[in-house]
Design a protein around this ligand. Structure first.
Ligand SMILES: CC(C)(COP(=O)(O)OP(=O)(O)OC[C@H]1O[C@@H](n2cnc3c(N)ncnc32)[C@H](O)[C@@H]1OP(=O)(O)O)[C@@H](O)C(=O)NCCC(=O)NCCS
Length: 279
Protein backbone atom coordinates (compact mmCIF):
# COMPACT_ATOMS: atom_id res chain seq x y z
CA UNK A 1 0.00 0.00 0.00
CA UNK A 2 1.74 3.18 -1.08
CA UNK A 3 -1.18 5.65 -1.35
CA UNK A 4 -4.54 5.38 0.42
CA UNK A 5 -7.54 7.70 0.08
CA UNK A 6 -10.57 6.55 2.05
CA UNK A 7 -13.89 8.21 2.86
CA UNK A 8 -16.70 7.14 5.17
CA UNK A 9 -20.12 8.78 5.20
CA UNK A 10 -21.00 9.29 8.88
CA UNK A 11 -24.35 10.99 8.27
CA UNK A 12 -25.71 7.81 6.65
CA UNK A 13 -24.33 5.55 9.38
CA UNK A 14 -26.95 4.82 12.04
CA UNK A 15 -25.08 2.33 14.20
CA UNK A 16 -26.77 -0.71 15.61
CA UNK A 17 -26.02 -1.58 19.22
CA UNK A 18 -23.61 -4.36 18.23
CA UNK A 19 -21.84 -2.21 15.60
CA UNK A 20 -21.36 0.61 18.09
CA UNK A 21 -20.10 -1.61 20.91
CA UNK A 22 -17.80 -3.57 18.62
CA UNK A 23 -16.32 -0.40 17.07
CA UNK A 24 -15.74 1.06 20.56
CA UNK A 25 -14.01 -2.14 21.63
CA UNK A 26 -11.46 -1.73 18.82
CA UNK A 27 -9.97 1.59 19.96
CA UNK A 28 -7.74 2.62 22.87
CA UNK A 29 -9.41 3.50 26.18
CA UNK A 30 -8.45 7.20 26.20
CA UNK A 31 -9.92 7.59 22.70
CA UNK A 32 -13.05 5.75 23.75
CA UNK A 33 -13.45 8.23 26.61
CA UNK A 34 -13.04 11.07 24.10
CA UNK A 35 -15.66 9.60 21.73
CA UNK A 36 -18.10 9.20 24.60
CA UNK A 37 -17.53 12.76 25.82
CA UNK A 38 -19.14 14.42 22.79
CA UNK A 39 -22.61 15.91 23.22
CA UNK A 40 -23.71 15.29 19.63
CA UNK A 41 -23.96 11.85 18.03
CA UNK A 42 -22.46 13.25 14.86
CA UNK A 43 -19.22 14.23 16.66
CA UNK A 44 -19.00 10.92 18.52
CA UNK A 45 -19.45 8.99 15.26
CA UNK A 46 -16.82 11.09 13.45
CA UNK A 47 -14.22 10.71 16.18
CA UNK A 48 -14.82 6.95 16.35
CA UNK A 49 -14.70 6.45 12.58
CA UNK A 50 -11.46 8.46 12.41
CA UNK A 51 -9.83 6.04 14.85
CA UNK A 52 -11.12 3.00 12.93
CA UNK A 53 -9.78 4.39 9.65
CA UNK A 54 -6.34 4.90 11.23
CA UNK A 55 -6.34 1.42 12.74
CA UNK A 56 -7.40 -0.20 9.46
CA UNK A 57 -4.74 1.57 7.40
CA UNK A 58 -2.00 0.91 9.95
CA UNK A 59 -2.84 -2.75 10.48
CA UNK A 60 -2.90 -3.32 6.72
CA UNK A 61 0.24 -1.30 6.04
CA UNK A 62 2.36 -2.73 8.86
CA UNK A 63 0.70 -6.18 8.70
CA UNK A 64 0.00 -5.98 12.43
CA UNK A 65 -2.98 -7.02 14.49
CA UNK A 66 -5.12 -4.28 15.99
CA UNK A 67 -3.74 -4.93 19.49
CA UNK A 68 -0.18 -4.38 18.28
CA UNK A 69 -0.93 -0.78 17.19
CA UNK A 70 -0.33 1.86 19.83
CA UNK A 71 -1.40 5.35 18.91
CA UNK A 72 -0.38 8.56 20.62
CA UNK A 73 -0.82 12.27 19.93
CA UNK A 74 1.82 14.94 19.55
CA UNK A 75 1.63 18.05 21.74
CA UNK A 76 -0.39 19.66 18.93
CA UNK A 77 -2.85 16.77 18.84
CA UNK A 78 -1.67 14.99 15.68
CA UNK A 79 -2.04 11.21 15.97
CA UNK A 80 1.03 9.04 15.38
CA UNK A 81 2.09 5.43 15.94
CA UNK A 82 4.10 5.10 19.14
CA UNK A 83 5.57 1.70 18.34
CA UNK A 84 6.12 2.12 14.56
CA UNK A 85 8.76 -0.16 13.05
CA UNK A 86 8.46 1.47 9.64
CA UNK A 87 7.21 4.70 8.06
CA UNK A 88 3.60 5.24 7.21
CA UNK A 89 2.19 8.74 7.07
CA UNK A 90 -1.51 9.32 7.63
CA UNK A 91 -3.96 12.06 8.49
CA UNK A 92 -7.69 12.19 9.12
CA UNK A 93 -10.26 14.96 8.68
CA UNK A 94 -13.95 15.09 9.57
CA UNK A 95 -16.47 17.69 8.59
CA UNK A 96 -19.96 17.73 7.17
CA UNK A 97 -21.12 14.24 6.25
CA UNK A 98 -17.74 12.52 5.96
CA UNK A 99 -14.59 11.35 7.63
CA UNK A 100 -11.62 11.00 5.27
CA UNK A 101 -8.17 9.51 5.62
CA UNK A 102 -5.14 10.04 3.39
CA UNK A 103 -2.18 7.69 3.86
CA UNK A 104 1.22 7.58 2.19
CA UNK A 105 4.12 5.16 2.45
CA UNK A 106 6.77 7.53 1.17
CA UNK A 107 5.82 11.11 1.91
CA UNK A 108 4.34 13.24 4.63
CA UNK A 109 0.63 13.90 4.15
CA UNK A 110 -2.14 16.16 5.46
CA UNK A 111 -5.83 16.09 4.57
CA UNK A 112 -8.78 18.41 5.02
CA UNK A 113 -12.44 18.13 4.08
CA UNK A 114 -14.94 20.99 4.03
CA UNK A 115 -18.66 21.12 3.38
CA UNK A 116 -19.50 24.15 1.26
CA UNK A 117 -22.13 25.64 3.53
CA UNK A 118 -22.44 28.77 5.62
CA UNK A 119 -23.16 28.16 9.30
CA UNK A 120 -25.37 30.41 11.40
CA UNK A 121 -27.13 33.50 10.11
CA UNK A 122 -24.09 35.21 8.58
CA UNK A 123 -24.18 36.63 5.08
CA UNK A 124 -21.36 35.68 2.74
CA UNK A 125 -19.79 39.15 3.11
CA UNK A 126 -19.89 38.98 6.91
CA UNK A 127 -18.34 35.54 6.84
CA UNK A 128 -15.60 36.63 4.44
CA UNK A 129 -14.90 39.73 6.48
CA UNK A 130 -14.28 37.68 9.63
CA UNK A 131 -11.77 35.53 7.73
CA UNK A 132 -10.04 38.29 5.79
CA UNK A 133 -6.71 38.13 7.61
CA UNK A 134 -6.17 34.44 6.84
CA UNK A 135 -5.94 34.91 3.07
CA UNK A 136 -3.41 36.55 0.73
CA UNK A 137 -4.36 39.38 -1.68
CA UNK A 138 -4.07 36.97 -4.60
CA UNK A 139 -6.42 34.49 -2.90
CA UNK A 140 -9.04 37.17 -2.10
CA UNK A 141 -8.91 38.44 -5.63
CA UNK A 142 -9.46 34.93 -7.00
CA UNK A 143 -12.44 34.48 -4.65
CA UNK A 144 -13.96 37.84 -5.60
CA UNK A 145 -13.49 37.14 -9.33
CA UNK A 146 -16.02 34.31 -9.20
CA UNK A 147 -19.37 35.41 -10.53
CA UNK A 148 -21.93 33.87 -8.15
CA UNK A 149 -22.10 33.64 -4.33
CA UNK A 150 -22.08 29.86 -4.64
CA UNK A 151 -18.83 29.93 -6.63
CA UNK A 152 -17.25 32.47 -4.26
CA UNK A 153 -18.04 30.26 -1.28
CA UNK A 154 -16.67 27.20 -3.07
CA UNK A 155 -13.44 29.02 -3.93
CA UNK A 156 -13.12 30.22 -0.35
CA UNK A 157 -13.59 26.67 0.96
CA UNK A 158 -11.07 25.39 -1.57
CA UNK A 159 -8.39 27.72 -0.20
CA UNK A 160 -9.39 26.85 3.34
CA UNK A 161 -8.97 23.14 2.64
CA UNK A 162 -5.61 23.71 0.97
CA UNK A 163 -4.32 25.74 3.93
CA UNK A 164 -5.59 23.26 6.50
CA UNK A 165 -4.17 20.26 4.61
CA UNK A 166 -0.75 21.95 4.57
CA UNK A 167 -0.95 22.96 8.25
CA UNK A 168 -2.07 19.43 9.13
CA UNK A 169 0.78 17.77 7.22
CA UNK A 170 3.17 19.98 9.20
CA UNK A 171 1.35 18.90 12.35
CA UNK A 172 1.30 22.37 13.81
CA UNK A 173 -1.69 23.77 15.62
CA UNK A 174 -3.28 27.15 15.96
CA UNK A 175 0.15 28.73 16.56
CA UNK A 176 0.58 29.05 12.81
CA UNK A 177 -2.61 31.06 12.50
CA UNK A 178 -0.84 34.41 12.34
CA UNK A 179 1.21 33.24 9.39
CA UNK A 180 -1.60 31.81 7.25
CA UNK A 181 -1.53 34.82 4.95
CA UNK A 182 2.05 34.06 3.93
CA UNK A 183 0.87 30.63 2.76
CA UNK A 184 -0.33 31.70 -0.67
CA UNK A 185 -2.02 29.23 -3.00
CA UNK A 186 -2.21 29.86 -6.74
CA UNK A 187 -5.14 28.08 -8.34
CA UNK A 188 -5.09 27.62 -12.11
CA UNK A 189 -7.58 30.27 -13.28
CA UNK A 190 -8.40 28.24 -16.39
CA UNK A 191 -9.87 25.51 -14.15
CA UNK A 192 -11.52 27.31 -11.24
CA UNK A 193 -13.99 24.52 -10.36
CA UNK A 194 -13.34 21.07 -8.98
CA UNK A 195 -15.21 18.05 -10.26
CA UNK A 196 -16.62 15.10 -8.36
CA UNK A 197 -14.09 12.28 -7.99
CA UNK A 198 -11.62 13.94 -10.38
CA UNK A 199 -8.24 14.86 -8.93
CA UNK A 200 -6.76 18.29 -9.69
CA UNK A 201 -3.03 18.63 -9.09
CA UNK A 202 -2.12 21.95 -10.62
CA UNK A 203 -2.48 24.27 -7.62
CA UNK A 204 0.85 25.81 -6.58
CA UNK A 205 2.02 26.86 -3.13
CA UNK A 206 3.98 30.09 -2.63
CA UNK A 207 5.69 30.60 0.73
CA UNK A 208 6.84 34.16 1.39
CA UNK A 209 6.37 34.87 -2.34
CA UNK A 210 8.54 31.95 -3.53
CA UNK A 211 7.19 28.92 -5.34
CA UNK A 212 7.54 25.85 -3.12
CA UNK A 213 8.71 22.81 -5.09
CA UNK A 214 8.56 20.69 -1.98
CA UNK A 215 4.78 20.53 -1.73
CA UNK A 216 2.05 19.40 -4.06
CA UNK A 217 -1.69 19.13 -3.59
CA UNK A 218 -4.48 16.85 -4.72
CA UNK A 219 -7.91 18.44 -4.72
CA UNK A 220 -11.24 16.84 -5.47
CA UNK A 221 -14.92 16.82 -4.60
CA UNK A 222 -16.43 13.83 -2.85
CA UNK A 223 -19.89 14.95 -3.85
CA UNK A 224 -21.66 18.16 -4.82
CA UNK A 225 -20.88 19.94 -1.55
CA UNK A 226 -17.79 18.36 0.00
CA UNK A 227 -14.29 19.48 -1.04
CA UNK A 228 -11.11 17.63 -0.08
CA UNK A 229 -7.46 18.67 -0.27
CA UNK A 230 -4.48 16.40 0.30
CA UNK A 231 -1.07 18.00 0.92
CA UNK A 232 1.96 15.90 -0.04
CA UNK A 233 5.52 16.75 0.92
CA UNK A 234 7.89 15.49 -1.74
CA UNK A 235 11.07 13.80 -0.61
CA UNK A 236 13.92 11.75 -2.11
CA UNK A 237 11.74 8.82 -3.10
CA UNK A 238 10.43 9.31 -6.64
CA UNK A 239 7.11 11.06 -6.46
CA UNK A 240 4.37 9.45 -8.54
CA UNK A 241 2.78 12.52 -10.03
CA UNK A 242 0.46 10.65 -12.32
CA UNK A 243 -1.41 8.60 -9.77
CA UNK A 244 -5.08 9.44 -9.79
CA UNK A 245 -5.81 9.10 -6.09
CA UNK A 246 -9.58 9.33 -5.96
CA UNK A 247 -11.26 8.63 -2.62
CA UNK A 248 -12.70 5.17 -2.11
CA UNK A 249 -15.95 4.99 -0.09
CA UNK A 250 -15.89 2.41 2.70
CA UNK A 251 -18.65 0.72 4.69
CA UNK A 252 -18.59 0.00 8.45
CA UNK A 253 -17.91 -3.62 7.62
CA UNK A 254 -14.86 -2.56 5.56
CA UNK A 255 -13.62 -0.61 8.59
CA UNK A 256 -14.06 -3.27 11.25
CA UNK A 257 -13.85 -6.64 9.49
CA UNK A 258 -10.06 -6.90 9.91
CA UNK A 259 -9.93 -5.38 13.41
CA UNK A 260 -10.00 -7.45 16.58
CA UNK A 261 -11.30 -6.01 19.88
CA UNK A 262 -8.76 -4.57 22.31
CA UNK A 263 -11.06 -5.27 25.26
CA UNK A 264 -14.68 -5.95 26.09
CA UNK A 265 -16.83 -2.88 26.62
CA UNK A 266 -19.85 -2.42 28.85
CA UNK A 267 -23.35 -2.58 27.38
CA UNK A 268 -24.06 0.79 29.03
CA UNK A 269 -21.86 2.49 26.40
CA UNK A 270 -24.68 1.93 23.93
CA UNK A 271 -27.19 3.82 26.08
CA UNK A 272 -24.61 6.61 26.47
CA UNK A 273 -24.57 6.91 22.69
CA UNK A 274 -28.34 6.61 22.35
CA UNK A 275 -28.74 9.47 24.88
CA UNK A 276 -26.64 11.88 22.80
CA UNK A 277 -28.30 14.60 20.79
CA UNK A 278 -29.07 13.30 17.32
CA UNK A 279 -27.73 16.04 15.08
C1 LIG B 1 -5.73 21.03 14.73
C2 LIG B 1 -6.33 21.40 13.40
C3 LIG B 1 -5.21 21.28 12.39
C4 LIG B 1 -7.50 20.41 13.11
O1 LIG B 1 -8.20 20.76 12.00
P1 LIG B 1 -9.79 20.83 11.90
O2 LIG B 1 -10.08 21.39 10.58
O3 LIG B 1 -10.35 21.47 13.11
O4 LIG B 1 -10.29 19.35 11.99
P2 LIG B 1 -10.14 18.15 10.99
O5 LIG B 1 -11.38 17.37 11.08
O6 LIG B 1 -9.66 18.53 9.64
O7 LIG B 1 -8.95 17.31 11.65
C5 LIG B 1 -9.08 16.76 12.90
C6 LIG B 1 -8.21 15.53 12.93
O8 LIG B 1 -6.88 15.85 12.52
C7 LIG B 1 -5.95 15.19 13.39
N1 LIG B 1 -5.20 16.24 14.08
C8 LIG B 1 -5.41 16.79 15.30
N2 LIG B 1 -4.47 17.75 15.53
C9 LIG B 1 -3.68 17.79 14.45
C10 LIG B 1 -2.56 18.57 14.10
N3 LIG B 1 -2.03 19.48 14.92
N4 LIG B 1 -2.00 18.35 12.89
C11 LIG B 1 -2.49 17.43 12.06
N5 LIG B 1 -3.55 16.66 12.34
C12 LIG B 1 -4.14 16.85 13.51
C13 LIG B 1 -6.76 14.32 14.34
O9 LIG B 1 -6.83 13.03 13.80
C14 LIG B 1 -8.10 15.00 14.34
O10 LIG B 1 -9.18 14.13 14.54
P3 LIG B 1 -9.37 13.37 15.94
O11 LIG B 1 -8.94 14.32 16.99
O12 LIG B 1 -10.82 13.02 15.99
O13 LIG B 1 -8.48 12.17 15.84
C15 LIG B 1 -6.91 22.83 13.41
O14 LIG B 1 -7.85 22.95 14.40
C16 LIG B 1 -5.89 23.92 13.57
O15 LIG B 1 -5.23 24.14 14.56
N6 LIG B 1 -5.73 24.65 12.53
C17 LIG B 1 -4.81 25.75 12.54
C18 LIG B 1 -4.80 26.43 11.23
C19 LIG B 1 -6.06 27.18 10.94
O16 LIG B 1 -6.73 27.77 11.76
N7 LIG B 1 -6.41 27.19 9.67
C20 LIG B 1 -7.52 27.89 9.13
C21 LIG B 1 -7.49 27.73 7.62
S1 LIG B 1 -7.80 29.23 6.81
Amino acid sequence: MSSVRWAFCTSKWNPTRSEWLFALSCIQSEERERVLSFVFRRDAKSALVGRLLMRKVLSESFVLSNSEIKLGRTGNGKPYVINAKDNFYFNVSHQGDYVVLAGEKHCNVGVDIMKTELKGNQTLDEFFHSMRRQFSCNEWQTIQDRSSEEEKLEMFMRYWCLKESYVKALGVGLGLLKKLRTIDFHIDKEFPRLAIQTVTKNTKLFLNDSLSEEWCFEESKLDENHLVAVALQRNDVSFKKNENNIFQFLTMNDLTSSLSPLMTVEESLWSKFAAKINS
